[in-house]
Design a protein around this ligand. Sequence first.
Ligand SMILES: NC(=O)c1ccc[n+]([C@@H]2O[C@H](COP(=O)([O-])OP(=O)(O)OC[C@H]3O[C@@H](n4cnc5c(N)ncnc54)[C@H](OP(=O)(O)O)[C@@H]3O)[C@@H](O)[C@H]2O)c1
Length: 246
Amino acid sequence: MSQGIENKVVVIVGASSGLGEALARRLHKDGAKLVLGARRLDRLVKIAEELSLSKDAILKTDVTDPQQVQALVDRAVSHYGRIDVIVNNAGLMPHSLLERRKFDDWNAMIDVNLKGVLYGIAAALPYMKEQKSGHIINTSSVAGHKVRPGSAVYAATKTAVRVISEGLRQEVKPYNIRTTIISPGAVTSELADSITEPDVAKNIKQFYEDTAISAESFASVVAFAISQPEDVDINEILFRPTRQEL
Ligand SMILES: NC(=O)c1ccc[n+]([C@@H]2O[C@H](COP(=O)([O-])OP(=O)(O)OC[C@H]3O[C@@H](n4cnc5c(N)ncnc54)[C@H](OP(=O)(O)O)[C@@H]3O)[C@@H](O)[C@H]2O)c1
């Protein structure tokens, strides 16, 4: 159990693997009440079984559909009576050079990484306004600070997440709502599986093998932000593996 986390109602969007899954496990240990969303229900069922969560704590959710994101947030409120934290963490990273004209990958990144975050904000904000409390945490990336060849669209979506979060931070001042951007470097997860170009996937997977740190790093950073006293608003945390250069 952890002070500042215990009994908080936390919705994690994109909780079925990688960073979101590690966060769910950590916050469960710290005594949070969880509601987990993602498309792969089988993964969510397995996590819920392992953590002995009720079946109401998981919901199949595709963040490209605002109604499904709303249903996930509504589930938290109908089941627990409130929502204290939403972590908009769903994302994918199909890197490739722009010259490869990967229209489907570009659209998917914009729909999931960018519009999915907006839908999460839209779903949680009315409840948090009413409560006059809440915490909206959005997963950006080192790519929200730096662009490299092959990462232009991904970096654009992650930069947008930071810009939206900062706009949100200023807008929600009257409602006592906190906002946090988490910008991780290379962290072990299934993210590279979303790369559709085999040569790019090979290079990035090698980079992750050489560089990435465990997903618990993300979980502990998020737990730090959540556990602060209510009058302390951690606005952004950028972290990397110690060995990561860029
Ligand atoms: N790993 C890193 O090095 C790193 C670094 C910086 C930022 N990030 C960011 O961290 C976040 C989590 O990624 P990860 O690294 O943990 O990769 P991951 O293991 O592939 O997890 C991605 C999560 O997003 C969910 N997701 C993807 N598309 C979705 C959709 N349409 N609707 C709902 N959920 C969806 C996935 O669930 P389903 O497939 O079951 O829907 C999964 O739970 C992403 O935003 C990523 O950009 C990761």
